[in-house]
Design a protein around this ligand. Structure first.
Ligand code: NDP
Length: 246
């Protein structure tokens, strides 16, 4: 794998808003060729147009991370359009927050499907390409919710900590063939909170986010840092919180 950012082919799930969108823009402005993925194709198209107008290479694909074949299609787009896959960023994520006694089993399944299975499908789609190439980099967006455990976030945190655990195993299994980075954001100002269906909790979390959330670019800079390292250097875990977050 080449060093630095320029020329690298980077796939980003959840690129239609928030952290994924900011990361795509920052990587593209550093010369990466980015492949954008999410369900809201209009948002992807608008972002792709902005990136292209700035003279950078971009492709996008409407897809759903809960569908394994969509991740295979996604990594194939990278290889077919740009000839390789250097970095796979598993960023798409959702949260549904309730006390567990409220049995939001549907929400549990959604989070498992998007946050955990979606990440695993991304890994499954990227690894055969990395093995063929002899190089690659997986970046998984996790959460501080898995570090400081609080009521209502149990299942969300569990899906994120499952990703933390499998990321470490995958790093150890690499034996120099690929790099693995886990990035755990705290409160970040994105659309994430607005998708929480429990109104009372959504309002509480939104109020906290309004007070302290940091911009998505703070996380994008960490992604850029991890990718930019010399190829023998694996940045393992990064935690990025607002200074005032406990
Ligand atoms: P956003 O809601 O702005 O972005 C989430 C992205 O995930 C969207 O692009 C959305 O695209 C995509 N997505 C959701 N479900 C699917 C799906 N089934 N298939 C494909 N894409 C999907 O939130 P953030 O940018 O904040 O979230 C990004 C990551 O950061 C998540 O993993 C989240 O858990 C994590 N995180 C966020 C924090 C925060 O405070 N904001 C804190 C800690 C972690 P679309 O709807 O178009 O499919």
């Amino acid at each position: 794998m080449e060093n630095g950012i320029a020329g690298k082919v980077v796939v980003i799930t959840g690129a239609s808003s928030g952290i994924g969108e900011a990361t795509a823009e920052m990587l593209a402005s550093n010369g990466a060729k980015v492949v954008l993925a999410a369900r809201r194709t209009g948002r992807l198209k608008a972002l792709a147009n902005r990136i292209q107008e700035n003279g950078n290479d971009v492709a996008y694909l409407e897809m759903d991370v809960t569908v394994r074949a969509d991740l295979v299609r996604l990594t194939s787009v990278a290889v077919e359009k740009f000839g390789k896959l250097d970095v796979m960023i598993n960023n798409a994520g959702i949260s549904q927050l309730y006390k567990m006694e409220e049995l939001d089993v549907e929400g549990w399944e959604q989070m498992i499907n998007v946050n955990l299975k979606g990440t695993l499908y991304g890994i499954a789609a990227a690894l055969p390409i990395f093995i063929r190439q002899g190089s690659g980099h997986l970046i998984n967006i996790i959460s501080t919710a898995g570090i400081s455990i609080v009521p209502t976030m149990g299942v969300y945190a569990a899906t994120k900590n499952a990703v933390r655990t499998l990321s470490e195993a995958l790093r150890q299994e690499s034996l120099g063939r690929w790099r693995v980075t886990g990035i755990s954001p705290g409160y970040v100002a994105t659309e994430f909170v607005s998708n929480i269906k429990n109104e009372a909790i959504r309002n509480t979390i939104q109020a906290q986010a309004d007070q302290m959330a940091i911009p998505a670019e703070a996380i994008a800079r960490a992604v850029v840092y991890a990718i930019d390292q010399p190829d023998k250097v694996d940045v393992g875990d990064i935690v990025i919180r607002p200074t005032v977050q406990n």
